[in-house]
Design a protein around this ligand. Structure first.
Ligand SMILES: [Zn+2]
Length: 394
């Protein structure tokens, strides 16, 4: 699903112009709302009468609503905003440890959330997803329009073929099973792709102007989602973006998901940071700590925890420098729980990238995701929500 390019808003001239104009108005309300009809007319060069017709249509469909603005003396202006009264989407974030199932409104705000421990037995996990989805659907009296699923593996473009290495799931008919059991359309994607998609649609305001960026998702592994010209670049059979397995060096502190100690994720994942911390403390009292604990320790001034995170950040920087050399994106966004340690790691990432990249290459911004601690859940939700705002012809 492609995000509309607002900069090209007044070049549309075709039979589908009505459709395109509708998406332009809807996306102005989504990104700039509360906004008045006059402001939209001013920015788009669409006629006021056209805008009024479209607004009426969008209002009847329940996508936008009117609010009263601040009065500056006379009658208060009428402003338009997204209608966010109902839960419209379910997002299912299948993680290697736990699976989150949540609802959100049209703006991507999470309203209800459930979770269960992910089982390596795909039948058990599928059954739990269906059960919780049905529960949330029933709780919302028919307002849910679709289900998005993100999972840590490869997903083909149609979502029919998937491969999750951690659980050795192959060609699991997850989308079909969930769709049949709930009666709702189901969209499924790789977790890093889904998170990049969420960043594109619901992320940082400055990303709205960016058409090419890479999201680096740091969790138990390292995944990347590539956004090229305002949409996810999937590659053949959805296999693009597996930079987590590019060769970075030898003798990483942990093995990657496929058992190698040479891959980027073996050097730059949460697991590698925890292994570094264990080495630095000689395993003393640290066997059971989680990655969240490690960040808490570092933020609290623990030297070893800080050193483990900073070393991990330098390896993140080496990989990011390679991505920048190969793809020259406008921005690289780092997402996942590691973002909470950004004040500690940002300098090490940036310094490593600058030291590694040859002079003369355009500088790429390296920024932290604002999607929060669950970017892949936002990714799952965005698979449903973006279909309301995207148009296939621009
Ligand atoms: Zn690997």
């Amino acid at each position: 699903m492609r995000r509309i390019d607002l900069k090209k808003a007044n070049v549309a001239r075709s039979n589908t112009i009505r459709d395109i104009n509708r998406q332009i108005v809807l996306n102005y309300v989504r990104e700039r709302g509360p906004i008045s009809r006059a402001e939209i007319a001013h920015e788009t060069a669409l006629q006021r009468s056209t805008i009024s017709l479209i607004v009426e249509e969008l209002r009847v469909e329940g996508l936008i609503e009117e609010l009263s603005g601040e009065s500056t003396g006379g009658r208060p202006p009428i402003l338009l905003s997204l209608r966010t009264a109902d839960a419209v989407a379910i997002g299912v974030d299948v993680g290697t440890n736990r699976t989150l199932v949540a609802t959100s409104d049209l703006a991507g705000r999470v309203l209800q959330q459930e979770q269960f421990e992910t089982s390596a037995d795909s039948a058990v996990t599928t059954r739990n997803i269906i059960e919780l989805s049905r529960k949330l659907i029933a709780r919302n009296n028919g307002t849910i329009e679709g289900i998005g699923i993100s999972l840590p593996g490869l997903v083909s473009a149609e979502g029919r073929e998937l491969f999750v290495p951690t659980f050795e799931w192959r060609d699991l008919p997850l989308a079909d099973d969930v769709s049949r059991a709930t009666g709702l359309p189901v969209t499924i994607d790789n977790d890093a792709n889904a998170a990049a998609h969420a960043e594109l649609w619901f992320g940082r305001p400055e990303i709205r102007e960016v058409r090419d960026f890479i999201l680096v998702l740091v969790e138990g592994g390292v995944g990347t989602g590539i956004i090229f010209d305002g949409q996810v670049y999937r590659g053949e059979n959805g296999a693009a973006g597996e930079f987590g397995h590019m060769t970075i060096g030898q003798g990483a502190p942990v093995a990657c998901a496929s058992g190698s100690r040479e891959c980027w994720e073996a050097f730059a994942s949460e697991r590698s940071a925890l292994a570094r911390y264990r080495n630095l403390t000689n395993g003393h009292g640290s066997l059971e700590i989680t990655f969240q604990d490690l960040i808490d320790l570092a933020l609290g001034g623990d030297r070893a925890a800080e050193a483990a995170l900073r070393e991990t950040a330098r390896y993140l920087g080496i990989g990011i420098a390679n991505l920048i050399r190969g793809l020259a994106p406008e921005a690289v966004i780092v997402g996942g729980p590691i973002v909470r340690s950004w004040p500690i790691i940002a300098d090490d990432i940036r310094t490593t990238v600058e030291a590694t990249i040859c002079r003369g290459l355009p500088s790429t911004r390296i920024i932290a995701s604002t999607l929060g601690p669950e970017p892949t859940l936002m990714g799952a939700l965005s698979l449903v929500l973006a279909s309301k705002f995207s148009v296939s012809v621009v």
